[in-house]
Design a protein around this ligand. Structure first.
Ligand SMILES: NC(=O)c1ccc[n+]([C@@H]2O[C@H](COP(=O)([O-])OP(=O)(O)OC[C@H]3O[C@@H](n4cnc5c(N)ncnc54)[C@H](OP(=O)(O)O)[C@@H]3O)[C@@H](O)[C@H]2O)c1
Length: 348
């Protein structure tokens, strides 16, 4: 929508739950500092940056934090923070008045029964929001990924909402896995916190599922996800419901070969058996440390086996292979392929 107060802006957007807005830093996108000394910041901020540089949008960032908890040292242009109570649908719908597009980044695992996200969806409809993107930003499906159950439920909720008549246009942005994670422990994007995965370029080792060597996975850089979202919000025709974003697609074996080439030596590969994982037995000699900032240190330890097992079974079932709807709708967008990205990153 055109904001009357700011005629030079063409649209009004809102991002949910971006916890800390850090000022731009002079740091290069690639830093050899280990992640532990990097700020723990996230996907919504990567997208916010990409929207801000277009200078076309007025952005509202919704947070549960109080005004005094927010950093005000260097606010971004046309970005405004609003404290939201997700249990107050009337107030939510007031905040959303005049908003064109809502992008949600709520961690569904931390949103019991999806109460907050459902309230935002309902408030968006009541406020006349045109477009909505739920907190997807990852896989095509959720088989074996118990921690993504909330995303699956929100898909059903949105489909049900539009069953009789379309009341809210939406797209499920799906970039697969961020290729940035293959640079752990180094941070390759401005905001996405790196964590270790089962293919560990740094330690030249991998854990795979026996028989999944040719399973295909989509690898997209965090920067390309943000770049596509910034173009998608300007895309005037109707959004596709499934919004696959395919930066690159390669097999598990090809990722390991690429790692060996880039890291200059063979990887130690451990192969786990499907029947063991399905019986809850995870026999690897190490476990990737998924230290996502939303997890407590104790949870990182206790959930490590479950994450590994779910990811290995999920990859084999094709959860990380996404479609290419946004590639086809935005054919001029130039993605950075996995090999180029990883080669350049590990060379620095
Ligand atoms: N494809 C990939 O490889 C990949 C990697 C990472 C993440 N992702 C996806 O990207 C999305 C964002 O992840 P992230 O790591 O960037 O998240 P995050 O920044 O850690 O969290 C996003 C925000 O969600 C808000 N939030 C959490 N629980 C909430 C609740 N119950 N009610 C309302 N708000 C709540 C918090 O905001 P406030 O505290 O400010 O309210 C939090 O800062 C997720 O859907 C995730 O699955 C994908």
């Amino acid at each position: 929508m055109i904001s009357e107060k700011r005629p030079r802006l063409t649209s009004l957007f809102l991002l949910l739950g971006s916890s800390t807005m850090l000022p731009f830093t002079p740091k290069k996108p690639w830093s050899k500092l280990p992640s532990q000394v990097q700020p723990a910041v996230h996907v919504a901020q990567e997208v916010t940056d990409a929207l801000v540089v277009t200078k076309k949008h007025e952005i509202i960032l919704l947070t549960r934090k109080g005004i005094t908890e927010l950093p005000f040292n260097k606010p971004l242009p046309n970005v405004r923070w609003v404290t939201a109570d997700y249990d107050d649908p009337d107030r939510l719908s007031e905040i959303l008045q005049g908003v064109d597009t809502v992008l949600s980044f709520i961690v569904t695992r931390s949103d019991p029964e999806n109460k907050a996200q459902k309230n935002v969806i309902d408030a968006s409809v009541r406020a006349g929001v045109r477009r909505f993107a739920p907190s997807e930003w990852a896989t095509s499906s959720f088989e074996h990924l118990s921690w993504y159950a909330g995303k699956a439920e929100i898909r059903e909720y949105l489909a049900e909402l539009n069953k009789r008549k379309k009341v809210l246009e939406y797209t499920l942005f799906q970039p697969g896995q961020f290729v940035d994670y293959l640079c752990y422990p180094h941070q390759t994007s401005r905001h996405v916190h790196p964590f270790q995965t089962q293919i560990d370029f740094n330690a030249r080792r991998a854990i795979i599922l026996e028989g999944s060597e040719n399973a295909r996975v989509t690898l997209t850089t965090a920067k390309d996800l943000a770049g596509i979202v910034a173009r998608a919000v300007e895309y005037e025709a109707e959004w596709p419901v499934v919004g696959g974003i395919k930066g690159d697609e390669i097999t598990i074996t090809e990722i390991i070969k690429l790692g060996e080439k880039i890291r200059g030596g063979p990887f130690t590969v451990e192969k786990l058996k499907v029947e063991d994982l399905k019986a809850g037995i995870v026999k690897s000699s190490w476990f990737p440390k998924v230290d996502h900032p939303s997890l407590l240190p104790a949870e990182v330890e206790t959930m490590a086996k479950g994450f590994l097992s779910g990811m290995l079974l999920g990859i084999s079932a094709g959860v990380l292979r996404v479609s290419d709807e946004w590639n086809r709708l935005l054919p001029d967008y130039e993605f950075t392929g996995a090999e180029r990205f990883l080669t350049e990153a590990w060379e620095r």
